[in-house]
Design a protein around this ligand. Structure first.
Ligand SMILES: [Fe+2]
Length: 249
């Protein structure tokens, strides 16, 4: 590091956009219209898919929210919506594949569902779940255990976005020991959620803790943030990692 860098911090590296066709698959997005806070119409869905396709992605595993308070989705609402998106993709002649799973919010209804229902998963039975951004989740380890006992592989959505765990590296390591997979939002690397989230995202990458990267795309604003993020040095670093599950999905 030169004198300038040591005084003013590490120089930021902006690279050419990473070719996402190398990665092929995006996991974690909100592309099914009108069932959560993502795409609201089929036109929105197609516009977002076209934009992601232009970055190189050719396969999408989209993950609508399932929350007991706000988005009471079921496998029926999600898979019914998926069919409509697939028909429209066909009509438009787009050369992309789309599947659906869900982003489950860890609440009391979710805990009950683990034992009562077949939950939506992707790949080798990975189950994407999120927790509150504001409060530490209660019963986290018990719920992870219940998921694993039921045969699921729990994957924590946007692991870098939970401020109450910032700096608590023992906690992240504990989750890895328990067998929790970590998904990171690509937009975090471009600073979309703020500097602190970006820093934690980079540290998680440096420590080799990330299993999957996803867009978490909801709307066209996110497309602009994605375009910025895919030029970041850390995106190039993580997207080139052979251990990333994206390549196997
Ligand atoms: Fe999401």
């Amino acid at each position: 590091m030169g004198l300038f860098d040591s005084i003013f911090g590490k120089k930021k590296k902006i690279l050419d956009p990473f070719d996402m066709s190398i990665l092929k698959t995006d996991v974690h997005s909100h592309l099914i219209p009108g069932i959560d806070d993502g795409a609201q119409t089929l036109d929105d869905s197609i516009q977002l898919i076209r934009e992601l396709n232009a970055m190189g992605y050719s396969k999408f595993i989209t993950t609508p929210h399932i929350m007991s308070d706000f988005y009471k989705n079921t496998p029926e609402t999600i898979l019914g919506g998926l069919e409509k998106v697939r028909e429209r993709i066909e009509e438009e002649g787009l050369k992309v594949e789309i599947e659906a799973a869900a982003e489950y919010y860890m609440d009391f209804e979710f805990e009950a569902k683990i034992k009562e229902e077949k939950l939506l998963t992707f790949g080798d039975n990975y189950l994407l779940f999120e927790v509150s951004y504001f409060n530490k989740p209660e019963g986290f380890e018990r719920i992870v255990f219940d998921l694993q006992t039921a045969g699921y592989k729990p994957m924590l959505a946007h692991v870098e976005r939970y401020p109450f765990w910032y700096g608590d590296w023992e906690k992240y390591e504990r989750f890895k020991e328990l067998g929790v997979y970590f998904q990171l939002n690509i937009m975090s690397l471009g600073g979309h959620y703020g500097g602190q989230t970006k820093k934690v995202a980079e540290e998680l990458i440096d420590k080799g803790m990330i299993d999957l990267i996803g867009s978490d795309l909801h709307n066209m604003n996110h497309i602009e943030s994605m375009k910025k993020a895919i030029c970041e040095e850390y995106l190039h670093k993580i997207a080139s990692s052979e251990n990333l599950l994206n390549y196997k999905l």
